[in-house]
Design a protein around this ligand. Structure first.
Ligand SMILES: *Cc1c(COP(=O)(O)O)cnc(C)c1O
Length: 340
C-alpha cells in the first residue's frame, strides 16, 4: 500500500514536492558522488550562467507501474545520451550515462510511493537537469555545474482517452537553422512561450514551427515532433538540424516498421502538401501521441482524418507504444529498464 494519499484520477501536470531529489556537483573536472536530498530547493550563486546566459539543459521521462506492481523506465539510456549531446552543444560537462541512469533509478526507488498504480494511466514524471552555477558574470562557461533529478506523479495527458486537437502554424521560429534546436535547452522553450500563448488565444492547442530557413517545411509541433501517415501507409517524419530528436519518434519509427509492417520515410514535410497525409500526429514523452485534427496555415484549416475521431494507424501506434511502456506488450530488447 502506498503511504501517500493522492487522488490519482485528479493528477494533471503540476509541480508537487515528493520525498527525495538527487543532486550532484561538478567542479575541477570531475563529478562528486551525488546524493539524495529531501529539500526541493537549491542554492546557487546569483551570477550563475544558467540564470543569465541560458547555460542549462534538461530531460523528461517517465516511470511506469506495470500490472504485477513492478516499476519500469522506458529507454532511459537514450535520455542520458541526448542530455550528453545537449550539454556538449553549450559547453557543459557531460553526465556519464551510468551516472544518469543511476540517479534516475535512485530517485524512482526513493519515491516509490508516488508511482501511480497500474491502470490509472498516471505515471511518475522524471526531470533530470544540468545547469551552470557559481560566480561567473562574464560570458564564458561556468566554473561549476549541478546535475539534479526530481520527480512528480502526473496524470495521463488525455483524460477522456486519445482525442485530436488543432494546431496553428506560428509566425515565429523556435530555433535558428544551425542553432540549438536539436539540443534540449531552456532557451528554445523561452522562444516558444509567446507562440504558444498566441496559438492558445486563437483556440489552438499549440503552435507549429516551420523550418527557420525557408518557412516551407514542418519542423516541430509545440514541444513535440511531427509525423504523418500517407494515403499509401508510409510513416513520414521530417529531419532537420533544428528538430529535437524525440525518443518517442524513434520508437514509433521502429514500431511502424516492425509491428505494423509500414514503410518509413524521413523526409521534408512541405506545409503546402498536407494532402498527402490521411493522418497526422505529434509525438513526445508527455502525451506519447497527440493526434492532429487540423493545421491552420494562412487562415485555412487543413483537416487530416477528422477533427473529432482518431485515425486507425495513429491509434494502433499509440496502443502499441503505451502497451510496451506499461509492460503489457513485449518491447524490443533494451527498451525496458526495470527498477529493482
Ligand atoms: C523533449 C522534446 C520532444 C520530445 O522528445 P521525447 O524524447 O519524445 O520526449 C520533442 N520536441 C522538443 C522541442 C522537445 O523538447
Amino acid at each position: 500500500m502506498s503511504k501517500v494519499s493522492i487522488d490519482w484520477s485528479k493528477l494533471g501536470f503540476d509541480y508537487m514536492k515528493t520525498d527525495f531529489s538527487y543532486v550532484s556537483y561538478w567542479e575541477n573536472g570531475s563529478w562528486d558522488k551525488g546524493q539524495l536530498v529531501t529539500d526541493d530547493r537549491i542554492s546557487i550563486s546569483q551570477a550563475s550562467t544558467a540564470i543569465h546566459y541560458g547555460q542549462q539543459c534538461f530531460e523528461g521521462l517517465k516511470a511506469y507501474r506495470t500490472k504485477d506492481g513492478s516499476i519500469q523506465l522506458f529507454r532511459v539510456d537514450e535520455n542520458a545520451k541526448r542530455m550528453a549531446n545537449s550539454a556538449a552543444r553549450i559547453l557543459m560537462p557531460e553526465v556519464p550515462e551510468e551516472k544518469f541512469i543511476d540517479a534516475v533509478m535512485q530517485v524512482v526507488k526513493a519515491n516509490e510511493d508516488y508511482v501511480p498504480p497500474y491502470g490509472t494511466g498516471a505515471t511518475l514524471y522524471l526531470r533530470p537537469y544540468l545547469i551552470g552555477i557559481g560566480n561567473n558574470i562574464g560570458v564564458k562557461p561556468a566554473p561549476k555545474y549541478l546535475f539534479g533529478v526530481f520527480c512528480l506523479p502526473v496524470g495521463p495527458y488525455f483524460k477522456g482517452g486519445l482525442s485530436p486537437v488543432n494546431f496553428e502554424v506560428s509566425k515565429y521560429d523556435r530555433a535558428a537553422p544551425y542553432g540549438t534546436g536539436a539540443a534540449k535547452v531552456g532557451g528554445n522553450y523561452a522562444a516558444s512561450l509567446l507562440s504558444h500563448q498566441e496559438a492558445a488565444q486563437r483556440g489552438f492547442a499549440d503552435a507549429i514551427y516551420l523550418d527557420p530557413l525557408t518557412h516551407t517545411k514542418i519542423e516541430e509541433v509545440g514541444a513535440a515532433n511531427f509525423f504523418g501517415i500517407t494515403k499509401d501507409d508510409v510513416f513520414v517524419t521530417p529531419t532537420s538540424p533544428s528538430i529535437l530528436p524525440s525518443i518517442t519518434k524513434f520508437s514509433l519509427i521502429h514500431l511502424a516498421q516492425n509491428h505494423l509492417g509500414m514503410k518509413v520515410s524521413e523526409e521534408d514535410v512541405l506545409i503546402d502538401e498536407l494532402d498527402r497525409f490521411k493522418e497526422a500526429g505529434a509525438c513526445g514523452t508527455a502525451a506519447v501521441i497527440t493526434p492532429i485534427g487540423g493545421i491552420s496555415y494562412k487562415g485555412n484549416l487543413h483537416v487530416f482524418h477528422s477533427e473529432t475521431e482518431v485515425g486507425p494507424v495513429t491509434r494502433k501506434l499509440y496502443e502499441t507504444l503505451t502497451g510496451m511502456q506499461f509492460g503489457e506488450i513485449e518491447a524490443p530488447e533494451g527498451w525496458i529498464f526495470k527498477v529493482k
